[in-house]
Design a protein around this ligand. Sequence first.
Ligand SMILES: [Fe+2]
Length: 198
Amino acid sequence: MAEVVAEREFALNLKERREQVKMDRSALADLLEISTDRLADWENGRGLENLTLQEMSRLAETLGTSIGALAPEAENDLENGALYQLPDQRSVLKGVRGGTDYYVYHCLVRTRTAPSMVPLVVDVLVDDPKEAKFNDGHAGSEFIFVLEGEVHMMWGDPENPNETVLPTGSSLYLEPYVRHAFTATEGSGGARLLAVNF
Ligand SMILES: [Fe+2]
């Protein structure tokens, strides 16, 4: 039921935004390289369950807006504008890569009001850069702050990576989809980061 309401709201936002930017259906359909019928379906709340993230971001971009603005308004989980998480409310996840315990993730506060914000404290368990395991990059930007220890960071092409050493107190920004890997520096016994995806 909630799903149906959400789809109707998305459909209405889509139509409203298209009209706001004074585009008719066929013009928008042409820009998106889809049929006018398909667009009409979306605007009537049909076939939205098959909309891929890529199509959604293309749609938002073409209409000069964001997915967030088209998406239904998130249920408010704030208390007078704030949401807090106490230390004992953190969930802890193990990050295993290639069969080795690689990271421990301490999940910090998250809110439906800003769903793309994912803050984590990350224990970096491996202290040998030769054991670095690259991820595939991810959607969203990333902010890193080195809380403890010294981090060896690699990024870009795993075959020919960029490398640097980040001592405690360093901070970093990473663009979406840039592949990266962190270990602690060799023999240092581990490190700890604050990572915020947003
Ligand atoms: Fe990351």
